[in-house]
Design a protein around this ligand. Structure first.
Ligand code: FAD
Length: 549
């Protein structure tokens, strides 16, 4: 029981049960105030809250988090002590990555442009994700989490669980702030982010790792996306109010029927309703959630799409969709596929207060050509990595988004660890790209079943992984060095030395002058006198590695 004289116990209960993003943040701040812990004290936040919140309900959670934190890969939270990571996006994959980075000992800041988590849509979970989330205490935050044979969760519930874990581990999560781009280092400052609002405190954060988890179609500067164009595929999602009655509980879920496996069902649906589908999924969660792929002909016939176009973008443009007809179409498909047992199907509301039904184009899916880049300016390197939908867009009816998204989160944390341990940047990039090659082929069948051994180490998850299938020399294009000065890569500095001795000598002198320029009492003119005091050497070191000085 909560101690009646200890208000922090009651606040902890409110934090655990909070059902919106803003509520979570509010109770968290109050908890920090009551326990006298600075939420910005990321280094010892978790240790302090554990010590000061002496409450049995919290202890059960600490046991879980301690177990995760004790994994060898994190090196007792010391692997990334020097790293500062900015994570763009508080979707499930951004938050999951943030947890891993914080367990590695890094300082982690997450930015999210929305103020609330509002997506009712339901995500399919592979067995390893269920195990993973349970081990992070999902059941403590959301009692219904994957009870019995359930293998799904709504996007917003998943975000809430991960947000709570993030905060307890000392991750800084800022909402209602939009990332607008990277700001290159100046002489004094490192890599920073341009944000909206411009006065946001996170604009002062300087980082050496940038994780982009901004969702599908978000392509950070410098990354190329490949288009995978298939035959026209029109997805419809719909959420209906779940009254949680006994009758509703009885209705069987449909974990995915495709036309080729149950032709009779789809034929009857067509005969009785004129609705023609390729597949349908029904999950029961906070809402009754349906996702289906519909054939264009039937959408035209039922008046959902007003006019036929060969171009999918024009075809599904909001002006060409009759919203009322779409609601009827989704309603009738849901009603038929549940055998009429959901007799009172009423639409749940989306974030805009409208019926939560939507139509999406899956004809053209995107995936990033590469998973990581390194950019260097003024001697400051930045590791940039993509995770989640931003890396590979999932086809929702297949339910691969979270599973592959979490794999990418772990893979990314693995290379951030290498980065933190000082592995040369081309090797880090080569390793990330080697692992990335496997991502789109992963299925529950071809990945390890030993979930208790899963860690950020790819070998614990992929059955066959060769971390050096791509070599450092093959990823040089993923390193974007400073164009305004000779690069600090070994190769480039060798280029300066390889020319004929006279011009090489002159060029090297020019280079030294340029990079020591502006430092007090330093005036490089030659390779002898100018270096006697040692100040020129210090200036050179300071220019490229200011932290060392
Ligand atoms: P997301 O969950 O998309 O999160 C990205 C986050 O980044 C968002 O919260 C966004 O607000 C934030 N962001 C983007 N740009 C910026 C910026 N510039 N600054 C700050 N923050 C930014 N999958 C299914 O399997 N079934 C479904 O029915 C389904 N429905 C979906 C409905 C919608 C509207 C969307 C967007 C996605 C849906 N998905 C669905 C995909 C599923 O949500 C993702 O696979 C899953 O959430 C993992 O995605 P993520 O964390 O990589 O990205």
């Amino acid at each position: 029981m909560a101690d009646p004289v200890n208000p922090s116990h009651a606040t902890f209960d409110l934090f655990v049960q909070a059902k919106t993003c803003q509520e979570v943040k509010k109770h968290f701040i109050e908890l920090c105030r009551q326990l006298h812990i600075d939420p910005k004290d990321f280094r010892s936040f978790y240790t302090k809250i554990k010590e000061r919140l002496n409450y049995w309900k919290a202890k059960a959670l600490w046991t879980k988090l301690d177990k995760r934190a004790s994994q060898e890969a994190y090196q007792q939270g010391k692997a990334c002590l020097k790293n500062k990571c900015l994570v763009l996006g508080a979707g499930p994959c951004g938050l999951r990555t943030a947890i891993e980075l914080s367990l590695l000992g890094a300082q982690v800041v997450v930015l999210e442009k929305r103020g609330e988590f509002t997506r009712n849509n339901v995500l399919h979970l592979w067995p390893f994700t269920i195990y993973d989330l349970r081990e992070l205490g999902a059941k403590k935050f959301y009692g219904k989490f994957c009870s019995g044979s359930l293998d799904h969760i709504s996007i917003r519930q998943l975000q809430l669980i991960l947000l709570k874990v993030c905060l307890l581990l000392g991750v800084e999560v800022h909402t209602e702030v939009e990332f607008q781009g990277l700001i290159e280092p100046t002489g004094e400052t490192g890599w920073m982010a341009k944000l909206q609002p411009q006065s946001h405190p996170a604009t002062a954060f300087q980082f050496d790792v940038f994780i982009s988890a901004g969702g599908g179609r978000f392509v950070p500067h410098g990354f190329k996306h490949k288009e995978m164009r298939g035959k026209l595929a029109i997805g419809i999602t719909a959420n209906f109010i779940n009254g949680n009655t006994a009758a509703e509980a009885q209705v069987a879920e449909i974990s995915g029927v495709a036309r080729i496996y149950n032709q009779k069902f789809f034929q009857e649906l067509l005969n009785q309703t004129d609705i023609d589908l390729e597949n349908i999924v029904y999950y029961k969660d906070d809402t009754h959630y349906f996702v289906m792929t519909a054939k264009k002909k039937s959408l035209l016939k039922k008046g959902v799409i007003k006019q036929d176009y060969s171009n999918a973008e024009q075809l599904l443009a909001p002006a060409n969709v009759d919203h009322v007809a779409l609601c009827i179409y989704a309603h009738d498909a849901a009603y038929f596929s549940t055998g009429g047992k959901l007799s009172d199907l009423q639409f749940a509301q989306n974030h805009a207060g409208q019926s939560d039904v939507a139509m999406f184009d899956f004809t053209c899916m995107h995936r990033s050509e590469n998973a990581s880049h390194v950019r260097e300016r003024r001697g400051k390197k930045l590791l940039i990595a993509l995770v989640g939908d931003c890396l590979v867009e999932p086809f929702w009816p297949l339910g691969t988004g979270i599973a592959r998204g979490f794999f990418a989160a772990f893979d990314t944390a693995w290379i951030v660890k290498s980065w933190g341990m000082g592995v040369p940047h081309l090797k880090v990039l080569a390793e990330r790209e080697s692992i990335y090659q496997l991502l789109s082929q992963t299925t529950p069948e071809n990945t390890s079943k030993n979930y208790s051994q899963y860690s950020i180490d790819p070998k614990t998850r992929y059955q066959r992984v060769n971390l050096s299938s791509i070599q450092a020399h093959q990823v040089q294009h993923l390193y974007d060095g400073d164009k305004t000065r000779p690069s600090s890569t070994t190769q480039d500095s060798q280029c300066v030395m390889r020319r004929d001795p006279a011009s090489g000598f002159e060029e090297l002198l020019k280079w030294c002058v340029k990079h020591t320029n502006g430092h007090k009492n330093v005036n490089v003119k030659d390779f002898t006198q100018s270096w006697r005091s040692g100040l020129a050497l210090c200036a050179l070191i300071h220019h490229f590695r200011p932290k060392l000085m």
